[in-house]
Design a protein around this ligand. Structure first.
Ligand code: NAD
Length: 479
């Protein structure tokens, strides 16, 4: 059985308690690896290691040197795409082709932030003669990172690379369901010569060690990606020491399809955005808002495409893999049952291959509708391959439905009308609006984050670096 370990001060360690957690392969339910079930002592060691690294040497390391380390890590990832994809697929169940893309995007994060490390600028502010005012952006010091199981490679890399580029030392708590690729990347970092105390990783159950990380006095800022419910707990614990947070939470993102759109190019993108990673994507396009004038034409083709979707194990590399766990499977099935209780018709569903293990966590992708706008199926994040079709009769109604959930992460707008594109982009209450496209292939360079219950703060791009630094103002009087 494979064995993951904590990384503290450059040493791979078991938890002091020697307790472990078994990792399960979602494709067949087998326990194939173990990781430490860490406790408060392990978090304490990791936080102290990061603090010492920051004070002793990392805060004095030139920005371009930080960038060089990141560049080397990106090379290592690029040389190991297949190996990383294999690990990610076994851990998360996602088809190998999807994991390969995740590994390529992970390399791009390190590459992007390698180049950005020495381009974090301040401003000179004009005030009066004899006063020189300027700002500089300084690292927080030590940042804590809590990451989810759905994209360990991508999410681990984006937060890890950006924080080191900004000049912080880090403590990462990956998800207990899937985290081996994050440990592998940390190993690449050590092999690349990154000073070993700069990056520290502690595995374990979120509810057991998460609060210690959030409260720890040696951690200055917390980056959290996960559910809004846990995000709220994280903020409450961080507030006990008045530290800042970045919150990347969930979504219930709409695709808004107008009758003048290019249906041929819209359909595969819309379809992919709900089945990618079996719908377990914060920015999944889980609501299909469709103009009554094109509904029949769109659905006649779309239902056919949807019905051909095939689900299988990660190695089968079909359209969709299993869900991450039994818990997640039961959650998604409970939504299937809710739609039955509400008599919402199933318009299309895919098929699960006959060759999959009975112990894997498989569900069928489903398209349902019309879904009433006040139904939980139109409002709640399901985090599964479940697409809710909601018709609209005019632009105003489309905007109102799109904004009618507690979430505000992303939206896709499908129309050829340039004025309409801009009216929607301005009216939608969400962090990213895609026009005649969706997702932007990982979108390493473009800021990402939510409004409302989807969170606050931004990751990705140069904007992400702002979250990982603080602005210091310096005012100098001269004669
Ligand atoms: P989750 O909130 O249950 O877990 C996320 C992380 O928080 C895990 O590492 C977990 O161990 C940890 N955690 C759990 N309890 C904790 C506590 N009390 N204190 C501190 N940490 C704790 O979420 P999940 O089930 O892993 O992921 C699904 C959710 O994440 C969905 O809502 C999804 O939309 C969201 N998500 C958002 C983004 C984004 O960028 N906006 C990306 C991926 C996932």
């Amino acid at each position: 059985m494979e064995k993951g370990q904590n990384l503290i001060s450059g040493n791979w360690l078991n938890s002091k308690s020697e307790d472990i957690i078994h990792l399960t392969n979602p494709s067949d339910g087998d326990n194939f690896a173990s990781i430490p079930r860490s406790d408060a002592n392990d978090i304490d060691l990791a936080a102290k290691s990061a603090r010492q690294a920051f004070e002793k040497h990392w805060s004095k390391t030139p920005a371009f040197e930080r960038g060089k380390y990141l560049q080397k890590i990106s090379y290592k990832i690029n040389e190991s795409i297949d190996e990383l994809a294999f690990i990610e697929s076994k851990d998360t169940g996602k088809p190998l082709k999807q994991s390969k893309v995740d590994a390529q995007v992970a390399a791009r994060y390190f590459e992007f932030y390698a180049g950005a490390a020495d381009k974090i600028h301040g401003e000179v502010i004009p005030s009066q003669y004899g006063i020189n005012s300027f700002t500089k952006r300084e690292p927080h010091g030590v940042t804590g990172h809590i990451i989810p199981w759905n994209y360990p490679l991508q999410m681990g890399s984006r937060t890890f690379a950006a924080s080191l580029a900004a000049g912080n030392c880090i403590v990462i708590k990956p998800a207990e369901e899937a985290c081996l690729s994050v440990l592998k990347i940390a190993n690449f970092a050590l092999e690349s010569g990154l000073p070993p105390d700069v990056i520290n990783i502690v595995t374990g159950y979120g509810e057991e060690i998460g609060p210690y990380l959030c409260k720890h006095s040696d951690i200055d800022h917390v980056c959290f990606t996960g559910s809004p419910e846990v995000g709220s707990i994280v903020q409450q614990n961080a507030a006990l020491n008045n530290k800042s947070c970045t919150m990347e939470l969930g979504g219930k993102s709409p695709h808004i399809v107008f009758s003048d759109c290019d249906l041929e190019s819209a359909m595969p993108v819309i379809l992919n955005s709900i089945i990618q990673n079996s719908g377990q994507t914060c920015s999944a396009g889980s609501r299909l808002l469709i103009d009554e004038n094109v509904k029949e034409k769109f659905l006649s083709i779309f239902i056919d495409k949807f019905s051909k979707l095939m689900v299988g194990s990660a190695e089968m590399d079909l359209d969709m893999g299993p869900l991450i766990s039994e818990t997640q499977k039961n959650r998604v099935i409970s939504f299937y049952n809710k739609s039955k209780d509400e008599n919402i018709p199933i318009l299309a569903s895919g098929s699960i291959s006959k060759n999959v293990s009975k112990n894997g966590y498989y569900v069928n992708p489903v398209l349902i509708g019309p879904v009433p706008v006040d139904s939980v199926l139109a409002k709640d994040e399901i985090f599964g391959p479940y697409l809710s079709m909601i018709p609209f009769s005019n632009e105003e109604e489309a905007i109102s439905i799109a904004n009618g959930t507690d979430y505000g992460l992303t939206a896709g707008v499908w129309t050829k009308d340039g004025s309409r594109q801009m009216r929607l982009a301005n009216s939608l209450k969400c962090g990213q609006v895609f026009i005649n496209c969706y997702g932007a292939g990982g979108g390493v360079e473009i800021p990402f984050g939510g409004m409302k219950k989807s969170g606050f703060g931004r990751e990705k791009g140069m904007e992400g670096l702002k979250e990982l630094t603080v602005c210091k103002t310096i005012v100098q009087k001269f004669n």
